[in-house]
Design a protein around this ligand. Structure first.
Ligand code: THU
Length: 134
């Protein structure tokens, strides 16, 4: 992984965060996925008046990328205004385990974008449920 990728991806996640639709929590999150071919696909959280329908930034980015025919994700950056940056929720961890199992997960606080924490998808969701038995 080029060291450059980390800064590029965090920067893309910061820009995507500006488009978050979070009128209820006011907590804006941005995400950016990197494909093996170097493409970046971004997302931001979208909330609903029916709170449970909310979709996290990570899933928005993943769904955008997948439905655009992209796969082979090597990294995802997630940013928000919180210490250390936001680690993906359980639902997002599940989808990352299924569709981006080899991705490095970078998280950063928008106030300190150069201070990036690093995780693996397997580390965030050990013993993931990956397929329905026949
Ligand atoms: N959220 C994300 O988008 N990603 C995370 O990693 C954590 C939580 C969103 C969901 C909701 O819109 C708001 O943050 C508060 O939970």
């Amino acid at each position: 992984m080029e060291p450059d990728h980390k800064i590029r991806l965090v920067t893309a996640a910061m820009a995507a965060r500006e488009c978050a639709v979070a009128p209820y929590s006011k907590f804006k999150v941005g995400a950016a996925l990197l494909t093996a071919t170097g493409e970046i696909v971004t997302g931001a959280n979208v909330e609903s008046a029916s709170y449970g329908l909310t979709c996290c930034a990570e899933r928005v980015a993943l769904f955008k990328a997948l439905t655009d025919g992209r796969k082979d994700f090597t990294a995802i950056a997630v940013v928000a205004r919180m210490t250390g940056g936001p680690t993906p929720c359980g639902a997002c961890r599940q989808l990352l385990a299924e569709y981006a199992p080899g991705a490095v997960v970078w998280t950063a606080d928008t106030r300190q974008p150069r201070l990036v924490r690093e995780f693996t998808v397997a580390g965030l969701l050990p013993a993931a449920f990956l397929e329905v038995p026949e």
